[in-house]
Design a protein around this ligand. Structure first.
Ligand SMILES: *[C@@H]1O[C@H](CO)[C@@H](O)[C@H](O)[C@H]1NC(C)=O
Ligand SMILES: *[C@@H]1O[C@H](CO)[C@@H](O)[C@H](O)[C@H]1NC(C)=O
Length: 529
């Protein structure tokens, strides 16, 4: 399957040209800008306001993205509204076929998608492929829509009377995605929304739009009709547009607490469904009976992978009892990670998304030092040969942290592991339950009773037992809780289908005495013909 990369920004192309090897199946066409995707066409914006896209490893400008005009955003929403008329009436089997083709196309192009992610987002190529794979699994799950959308029936609730329900799409839905997972998070959104019969308006992060543009092209090539997916770009004006446009019935958001609370308030006030996944402070509890080798490796990977820019990063370790003695070894292993541009072989930790993000992380590290934490590993002055201008911070460990410190209270979103200590499991649990966030947590132990007590008493939506980043596969839902989530229906899984559908309940009475006799049919009925 050939598809054209003209949908990614121009200089991104030149860089992508360098990255892509000759035998890959992409035809790369240089274009000056990132396009909008409106009514089945990749069109250049008429805006006068543009944002640069940077390669985080070098801070070179690799492309630019428009702030779509009001007119363009209206055209995109209108296209969604028009397409909804026919898409919602398309048979569920046809929609399923499109997504079956789509999952294959994504699978065939994982490496190409990963290259664009690494270029714009900075994460290592291996991690970028993981980003695509986790999104792909949601697309694969969307292909079981024929089971997922089943309604319920209760026959004979009274004489000759039955009640049944069916699930229907709700209309135009919209997604607002963050910079940290350019493939996975958009793929949590529009495939589930669309397979249910909704049309979709997507606003990818303006820092990493390339991957979403490629995903849109591939969806079109899979047979999605014009207007079923539209893409706009921008910042606040685009967010407000999504929150206010009357045709949009539901909004899916992933990102910071500040933006997420705002979108939840503004969207809900306008009568829309909103699901909002926000910030996190994920704690890993290390019990002294844990498998040491495995636990230390898991901790290091989960704290510093993706340079800590995962809402599910395990950013806080609580060492319980004698597990405190493992700290020096934790530092040694963290020191061994290689900081480098994400496209370089052997890179473990790539750059942060922007110079501002780097400054923020550095100042949170300094706040820890100022407030009395022990800086056991300092990544602030890391030098990466050939990438001196990149936004790199090396693995950093702050120990002796207490809950009042700023570095504990704020989500750092960088390669910084902060370490607290506790005398007992109960103390660790009460510490975690006092933190405002509830996305994820993990416990490392070889004792089943300890693990069970922990999973029952900790007030966090996603728990790993000897699993550091417990993001559930899509047959389950992403169940962040408390300060990490606003809304009442989570992303993907059964809850994702609920979010994107409404239920119609029919109660009917067909009196037995009204049944008519007809001459018997003798031919085999041909369903659906
Ligand atoms: C840009 O303006 C031209 C001329 O008015 C118009 O034809 C075109 O549709 C506009 N493009 C977009 C993306 O709205
Ligand atoms: C939860 O995870 C999601 C998705 O990874 C992330 O966007 C969000 O910021 C996180 N929030 C919490 C509290 O984990």
């Amino acid at each position: 399957m050939r598809w054209v990369l003209s949908v990614v920004a121009g200089a991104a192309f030149r860089a992508a040209n360098r990255l892509f090897n000759n035998h890959c199946n992409l035809t790369v066409i240089l274009q000056p800008t990132t396009k909008l995707f409106i009514d089945g066409k990749f069109v250049e914006s008429n805006t006068s306001e543009w944002l640069d896209i940077h390669n985080p490893a070098t801070n070179e400008v690799v492309g630019r993205v428009p702030k779509a005009t009001q007119e363009e955003m209206l055209a995109a929403a209108d296209s969604c509204s028009r397409a909804f008329q026919s898409w919602s009436e398309t048979s569920i089997l046809s929609r399923q076929q499109i997504f079956l083709r789509y999952q294959q196309l994504i699978k065939d192009n994982v490496k190409e998608l990963a290259k664009v992610i690494t270029l714009e987002q900075g994460k290592t190529l291996a991690d970028a492929e993981g980003d695509v794979f986790r999104g792909l699994q949601v697309v694969e799950h969307a292909c079981s829509v024929t089971s997922l959308m089943l309604g319920e029936t209760l026959p004979s609730i009274t004489k000759d009377m039955d009640t049944y329900t069916y699930r229907l799409p709700i209309g135009v839905c919209a997604g607002i995605a963050p910079f940290n997972f350019p493939a996975m998070i958009p793929l949590w959104m529009f495939p589930i929304g669309m397979v249910c019969g909704n049309t979709y308006l997507m606003k990818p992060s303006e820092r990493v739009p390339g991957c979403t543009m490629l995903l849109a092209k591939m969806l079109q090539d899979s047979g999605a009709p014009d207007g079923t997916l539209n893409i706009i770009h921008g910042q606040h004006a685009a967010v407000n547009f999504v929150c206010d446009h009357p045709a949009i019935k539901a909004i899916s958001f992933v990102g910071s607490n500040q933006a997420g609370e705002y979108i939840y308030e503004r969207g809900s006030k306008n009568g829309k469904r909103v699901q909002s996944n926000m910030g996190a402070k994920n704690h890993g509890v290390v019990m002294p009976d844990a498998n040491k080798e495995n636990t230390l490796n898991q901790l290091v990977g989960a704290a510093f992978g993706a340079a800590g820019q995962r809402c599910m990063a395990l950013s806080t370790a609580i060492l319980v009892g004698e597990a405190r003695d493992w700290l020096p070894e934790l530092v040694e292993r963290s020191k061994a990670l290689r900081v480098n541009s994400g496209d370089q072989p052997g890179a473990d930790v790539g750059p942060l998304i922007s110079p501002e993000a780097k400054d923020r992380v550095n100042s949170l590290i300094q706040s820890g030092v100022d407030e009395g934490a022990k800086l056991l590993l300092d990544g602030r002055n890391v030098r990466v040969k050939g990438y001196e201008k990149g936004n790199f911070v090396g693995p950093t460990i702050l120990a002796g942290v207490s809950p009042e410190m700023t570095c504990y209270k704020e989500e750092i979103f960088g390669p910084v592991l902060i370490v607290l200590e506790a005398d007992s499991l109960d103390e660790a649990i009460s510490l975690i339950n006092r933190n405002k966030y509830g996305n994820g947590t993990a416990i490392f132990t070889t004792n089943g009773a300890t693990a069970r007590k922990y999973t029952h008493e900790v007030d966090v939506g996603q728990i790993g037992v000897n699993v550091p980043i417990p993001v559930p596969l899509p047959m389950f839902s992403f169940t962040g809780s408390r300060g990490s989530f606003r809304g009442d229906t989570n992303f993907y899984g059964k809850q994702g289908i609920q979010f994107y559908t409404q239920i119609k309940t029919v109660t009917s009475q067909w009196k037995a005495e009204d049944a008519t006799l007809k001459s018997p049919a003798v031919t085999m009925p041909t369903m659906g013909r």
